[in-house]
Design a protein around this ligand. Structure first.
Ligand code: SAH
Ligand code: SF4
Ligand code: F3S
Length: 468
């Protein structure tokens, strides 16, 4: 695997933009405004990448469509994190044979994390002839030239060779939300948790330059953005590769000092690298949301070691205790895997007891899914599927009770929320901690902060009335 990083030069980006111009000219000659549809699977990192794909497509003259039917370009930006995610993609990709039959000019591309797995690429080559182009995340910035080749040579293009991880600045972007925006601060992952495919498909950790991140944040704020979510697989190791004496807390601090009325969120934090400096910085700045997503994965120190997580139960609990001590209103969420190979019933009980001890506001719960090429995929896994499902159900029901109790305690409180949309006859909004609040009010409130008195709660959300 290639472990180097390349910073894509301005000339290389300019060359891609020239391809956009040439593609646009192709369509203009025919007097057609082409349409493109980008379907995104997986995490926010992929959502952010799709915004760049839409940016490049729009630069090439494409109108962004919201369905594959009738689109001239369809891109599936895929996720490989669990088998189920891949199966969904293959299913939906199969269905595109029909849209292509009805619109034979349609060009179909697959990119994202699945395109970083050689066996998937082989399967696409052999069994999915209607797919015109495949490119891994390292090649995303070259999409205009890939599209140009597909359009002009009528040949299939596979840009999946293992290249150095890239950092490409200055690509056009079409943001899906201007009120709440993603900003990737780094790419890739060096952690190699034994169950996880991400380091294989996204390459080594590489950080964007702080001035590029700050410039993007400044521009977002100037354009009315009220919530910036900084993205990385492990934001706490930001800057380690830069040699600039800046770490994630320093970057966070610099963004929090920008003028304007906005909130900063970030994900994901790794307990191995998160520490007191981060929590103190969060506590110090009102613009940093008191919300933390800190995946624990398992409550058993033995399982954590087998997962290669580099922390144990005690270290995790002491981190959380410190974070809560400096931020009493902290909203805490996490990821957990049930049924890691060899997890015993007692070890699973340790996961339950950790959840009871920490009392998360919400949890993202997963059943272990073996990923080919990762160490955990070849570990002995004697626990039957039915047993894993039963553990999963117990865990979810415990967490639901806790979420319900935490939400019920909001009743009677008045919260400052950012109003972000409409759902039926209600407005939707988010608290600083990221909890969803529905309430009745005029649509002109969308995009503003307002105060809402909480009057109702369920496991998943809160409801309230406008107070002011
Ligand atoms: N970088 C982030 C999360 C990346 S993936 C982090 O380290 O926390 C999001 C979540 O998917 C992980 O936290 C983990 O809980 C889950 N996950 C990853 N690989 C998995 C696998 N093979 N089976 C089941 N869940 C998995
Ligand atoms: Fe995967 Fe672990 Fe990296 Fe997260 S930190 S992306 S779980 S290898
Ligand atoms: Fe999936 Fe890739 Fe994200 S595997 S979770 S889309 S980094």
């Amino acid at each position: 695997m290639n472990t180097k990083t390349t910073r894509i030069t301005e000339d290389q980006i300019d060359e891609q933009l020239r391809y956009c111009g040439r593609i646009q000219a192709l369509w203009m000659e025919r007097g057609i405004t082409p349409k493109a549809y980008v379907e995104t699977y997986g995490c926010q990192q992929n959502e952010a990448d799709s915004e760049q794909l839409r940016g490049m497509l729009s630069e090439a003259g494409y109108a962004i469509a919201d369905e594959a039917e009738g689109a001239d370009v369809v891109i599936m930006n895929t996720c490989a994190i669990r088998e189920h995610a891949e199966q969904r993609v293959f299913g939906n990709l199969g269905a595109l044979t029909h849209t292509k039959r009805r619109h034979p000019e349609q060009k179909i591309f697959l990119c994202g994390c699945m395109a970083g797995q050689p066996q998937v690429v082989e399967k696409l080559r052999k069994s999915y002839p209607h797919v015109d182009g495949v490119f891994s995340t390292h090649h995303l910035w070259q999409f205009p030239s890939i599209l140009w080749q597909v359009l002009t040579t009528k040949k299939r293009v596979f840009s999946t060779v293992d290249e150095p991880g890239s950092i490409a600045e200055g690509l056009p972007l079409v943001r899906s939300n201007t009120l709440k925006s993603w900003v990737s601060i780094m790419y890739g992952c060096n952690n190699f948790c034994t169950y996880c495919i991400v380091p294989y498909v996204r390459g080594r950790e590489r950080s964007r330059m702080p001035e590029d991140v700050l410039a993007e944040c400044r521009e977002l704020i100037a354009n009315g953005c009220k919530e910036i979510t900084l993205l990385g697989q492990n934001v706490n190791s930001y800057g380690k590769d830069l040699g600039l004496d800046i770490d994630f807390s320093d970057l966070l601090e610099q963004i929090a000092q920008l003028p304007g009325d906005f909130l900063i969120r970030f994900m994901t934090s790794h307990p191995r690298d998160a520490g007191q400096k981060l929590f103190d910085t969060m506590a110090k700045y009102p613009k940093i949301a008191k919300q933390l997503h800190l995946p624990f994965q398992s409550g058993s120190s033995r399982v954590l070691k087998a997962m290669n997580r580099h922390y144990d139960r005690e270290k995790y609990l002491s981190l959380v205790n410190y974070a809560k001590s400096v931020m009493p209103d902290l909203v805490l969420t996490s990821d957990v895997i049930v049924g890691f190979p060899g997890e015993t019933n007692e070890e699973f009980e340790e996961t339950l007891s950790l959840i009871e001890q920490v009392r998360y506001d919400a949890l993202f719960t997963f059943i272990f899914s073996p990923r080919s090429g990762t160490p955990a995929a070849s570990m002995e896994d004697p626990t039957p599927k039915a047993e894993k499902n039963a553990r999963f159900d117990r865990l979810c029901s415990l967490q639901n009770t806790i979420s319900e109790e935490i939400h019920a305690a909001y009743i009677g409180k008045t919260m400052r929320v950012l109003v972000d949309g409409v759902d039926g006859d209600h407005l939707t909004s988010r608290t600083e901690g990221g909890r969803l609040v529905r309430f009745s009010g005029p649509e002109c409130l969308i995009g503003t902060y307002t105060n809402v008195k909480i009057t109702g709660a369920t496991t998943w959300s809160l409801s309230g009335t406008l107070s002011e």
